[in-house]
Design a protein around this ligand. Structure first.
Ligand code: FAD
Ligand code: NAP
Length: 508
């Protein structure tokens, strides 16, 4: 039997990250949910079709298996028989068939890097590719000149020194305007992991420390881009070295190619927002320090029926702050998530069953929204449907607090019924308090006595709502909701003459 090596970094059990682009889910037949798939994988059925053997697959052999009823796909050097999975695939058979009989790694990375395929498809494993092309690891900066500057010059570096009680690790990020949202540190059980975000890249320092530490804190010299991780020694001994380098130590790669890093967070509260939506508060462990920037999401990971399941959620504030005169203080120890519990939802049902004190794995933040998109902005619009409201909260707070040029911030909020509207009171209060802010609710299943707007997203609705406060004003329109809602919204806005740069669609 072939000994299949673990795929290269990211580690086999780690999750990959969210894909961009609007990918529509395909309605699945009854009995074809993720839970049904998990059950099938546990049934002992020979899903790979090789009676438990693993084989070495040549490119010619792979190419032969290119039909729905006999479909093999290679992902990162491992070959899977995906025929049994076809009907369970949320993206539909056609999406899988695009990679039939070929290397589907790029396609997989485009649409669902964050899905743990190793766990989901382990029973479908056929074997590994016989010949692996030798390639430079994806995302590594080439050692050539990059826009006239050598890649080496851009790569952060580190150094360390010690006093009797402290170890100071200094990271020279070579990046101006470093700030706390770009620094993620975990230090637990002698393992130190520091990640620095530098535009599209990520620098990681990861070591098994020489000795134990009691606590740590972080200093950031924003202007010169120097980050200090100061570790408090547990024992006042002299360290011979910082520690043993771990797998990702001193690497500088594209963010999208970095495996997600998770830590266990404790559920500290769960409060009702509407009949089906709850605000969950998770506490980061003391050994972790990070902030989730506005517009970014995290991944939550749970083991459900023995399989790792990962879903993205967008952290927000515990409430809508009403006083925008002062910058809001950061509650960086807690992560607040507003989550709709679907009656047949695999992940949300499991979340709903968590008890206070239970732990769940939460990843580093991700997302392609940049605060610079809001800089010097005059008109900000939000088109939100249901929980698509969540990315808007931090963003709205940031814009009203810190963007001095802002003249208007308008939210058009689509829901089925009045009972579904999230934070309605808070939004109405904010509109009363801050004259720049306006909110309009649109219901698709309105009761007879609803006096407000009705219907779904449409060109006529948007043309009446999304208007520049003055000719040529700098505008950004953020849109988030079910994928078809977002896609339609983007199309209507294009038809209304807004450019790509003037829109931001939050997608999965
Ligand atoms: P599943 O088991 O996948 O689906 C079961 C049933 O639930 C479906 O048949 C359908 O009826 C319903 N359902 C499931 N997913 C959706 C969906 N996406 N849209 C409409 N109906 C659905 N959700 C939040 O509640 N809060 C957030 O802050 C949030 N942030 C997100 C951020 C990103 C970047 C993305 C891509 C999604 C976000 N979601 C958020 C959605 C979330 O990731 C899950 O899709 C959702 O919680 C359903 O998971 P589930 O396993 O319970 O449902
Ligand atoms: P929902 O209650 O089902 O729908 C909210 C409103 O959107 C309803 O008025 C609904 O109208 C309308 N709508 C739904 N599908 C539509 C479509 N295809 N075209 C036009 N209008 C449509 O929404 P939800 O259950 O809260 O779901 C929220 C969605 O946002 C989820 O898909 C979630 O994944 C997504 N989300 C994404 C992010 C992100 O960052 N990418 C963050 C949070 C949430 P009808 O009654 O007519 O259906």
């Amino acid at each position: 039997m072939l000994n299949v090596p673990p795929p290269a970094f990211p580690a086999p059990r780690s999750q990959q990250r969210a894909a961009g682009g609007g990918r529509s889910k395909v309605p699945l037949k009854p009995g074809r949910s993720l839970m049904d798939w998990i059950r099938l994988t546990k049934s002992g059925k020979d899903l790979a079709g090789l009676k438990g053997r693993l084989i070495e697959v040549t490119e010619d052999e792979l190419a032969k298996h290119n039909k729905k009823e006999d479909c093999w796909i290679c992902i990162r050097g491992l070959v899977y028989n995906v025929t049994p999975y076809m009907e369970y695939h949320p993206g539909g058979e056609d999406e899988l068939m695009q990679a039939a009989g070929t290397d589907g790694t790029d396609l997989f990375d485009q649409v669902h890097r964050w899905v743990n395929y190793e766990s989901m498809l382990k029973e479908c494993l056929v074997g590994r590719m016989a010949l692996k092309p030798v390639a430079v690891p994806k995302g590594m900066l080439p050692e050539k000149k990059l826009l006239g500057v050598s890649a080496k010059d851009l790569t952060p570096s580190y150094d360390w020194f010690q006093t009797d009680g402290l170890i100071t690790v200094v990271i020279y990020t070579k990046q101006k305007d470093m700030n706390a949202e770009l620094v993620i540190v975990d230090c637990q059980d002698k393992r130190l992991r520091g990640e620095i975000i530098v535009n599209e890249h990520s620098y990681v320092l990861e070591v098994d420390l020489d000795h134990e530490v009691e606590d740590f804190f972080i200093n950031i010299a924003e202007k010169i881009g120097k980050v200090e991780i100061i570790l408090k020694k547990k024992d006042n001994v002299h360290w011979k070295m910082l520690g043993q380098p771990l797998e990702s130590h001193n690497t500088f790669i594209k963010r999208k190619n970095r495996g997600l890093f998770y830590r266990k967070c404790k559920l500290v509260s769960k409060t009702e927002v509407t009949h089906d939506t709850k605000l969950f508060c998770f506490m980061l462990p003391k050994s972790t320090c990070f902030q989730v920037p506005a517009g970014q999401h995290v991944y939550l990971k749970q083991i459900i029926a023995g399989t790792e399941v990962v879903k993205p959620y967008t952290p927000l504030l515990p409430f809508l702050p009403l006083n925008f005169k002062e910058p809001s203080c950061h509650d960086s120890a807690n992560i607040y998530l507003m989550i709709k519990i679907y009656s047949c939802g695999l992940f949300t049902q499991a979340l709903d069953h968590l008890q206070i004190g239970d732990c769940i794995s939460i990843s580093n933040p991700e997302g392609n929204f940049k605060k610079s998109q809001v800089q010097a902005l005059e008109d900000l619009f939000f088109l939100a449907a249901g929980t698509g409201f969540t990315p808007m909260v931090k963003l709205l707070n940031f814009a009203l607090t810190e963007v001095s040029s802002l003249r208007t911030a308008k939210l058009i909020f689509f829901n089925k019924t009045e009972d579904d509207i999230l934070w309605r009171n808070q939004l109405e209060q904010l509109a009363l308090k801050d004259e720049r802010f306006e909110v309009q609710f649109v219901l698709s299943e309105a009761a007879k006595d609803w006096m407000g707007k009705q219907g779904r997203i449409s060109s006529s609705l948007l043309s009446g709502f999304v208007k520049r406060s003055r000719k040529d004003s700098k505008v950004l329109i953020c849109i988030c909701g079910p994928t078809p809602f977002t896609e339609q919204g983007v199309q209507y806005l294009k038809d209304l003459g807004y450019s790509q740069e003037e829109m931001h669609a939050f997608t999965a």
